[in-house]
Write a protein that binds this ligand. Structure first.
Ligand code: PEP
Length: 252
């Protein structure tokens, strides 16, 4: 059985007080309702205070939204994987389309960030997904396979099998209210799994949680999560509201 995960990507939103209030609510609404792991991807400054609020909660964990490809040193404003590990942060999102688009992160750089995260035992949630023009051209499967090859295929099967989470997020569905259909999500997840099986093995492919992201909400989560290759979601906008997010978690 693959681990089911629902991750909320808070992006650059909320004051500390608002973030704490959201966490309190989630603890009340979500705790113990499913077997899914719930991951709160908070801004860096909130990782420790939110972690403290969660205490030793086994189900709800925090994640960072990025980390440096460097170990340490003169990189003003950056946060390293070693720092995340030292704060006991178990996950980090890498390769989100907003990082690719606004901060020029490409597959090669992301491979280095993945290595740093893994070196420090922080599990990467690696995002991939195509922009609208690629979907319209019909080359979306090739692009997503290439993104995975560039950033993950240097890893050993053992590492991929146990220490990586993938999130398929079609860029045209992020923050747009336009969700991929359940079939489109399932099709791409199956393509990703097949591609991993062709390079590694079916066992490796079957073990990796693949999350869907892109305008997941309380109304569409159940259908999306019911697909055999969809192991949960990476949720942006709807993760900022406790009621919506808790309903998404319960949909798994
Ligand atoms: C995201 O940013 O990863 C995301 C999926 O956002 P939204 O749910 O708002 O589309």
């Amino acid at each position: 059985m693959r681990q089911k995960i629902v991750a909320g990507n808070w992006k650059m939103n909320k004051t500390l007080e608002e973030a704490k209030a959201l966490t309190f609510e989630l603890l009340r609404l979500v705790d113990g309702t499913t077997k899914a792991k719930v991951v709160l991807c908070t801004p860096f400054p909130y990782l420790l205070p939110i972690k403290e609020l969660l205490g030793d909660n086994k189900q709800i964990k925090v994640a960072a939204q990025n980390c440096s490809e460097h170990e340490s040193g003169a990189y003003t404003g950056e946060v390293s994987a070693a720092m995340l590990k030292s704060m006991d942060v178990p996950y980090v999102i890498l390769g989100h389309s907003e990082r690719r688009q606004y901060f020029g992160e490409d597959g090669k750089l992301l491979a280095k960030k993945i290595d740093k995260a893994l070196e420090h035992h922080v599990t990467p949630i690696f995002c991939c997904g195509e922009p609208l023009e690629i979907r319209e051209k019909g080359t979306h499967e090739e692009l997503v396979k290439q993104q995975i090859e560039e950033s993950l295929f240097h890893l050993s099967g053992e590492v991929l099998e146990h220490h990586v989470v993938i999130a398929y997020e079609p860029v045209w569905a992020i923050g747009t209210g336009k969700t991929a259909t359940s079939q489109q999500a399932q099709d791409m997840h199956a393509v990703i799994r097949k591609h991993i099986a062709s390079k590694y093995s079916q066992t490796v492919a079957n073990s990796i949680p693949i999350l869907y992201g892109g305008s997941v909400g309380a109304a569409n989560a159940k259908e999306l999560f019911s697909n055999p290759d969809v192991d949960g979601g990476l949720v942006g906008g709807a993760s900022l509201k406790s009621k919506d997010f808790s309903e998404i978690v319960k949909a798994i």
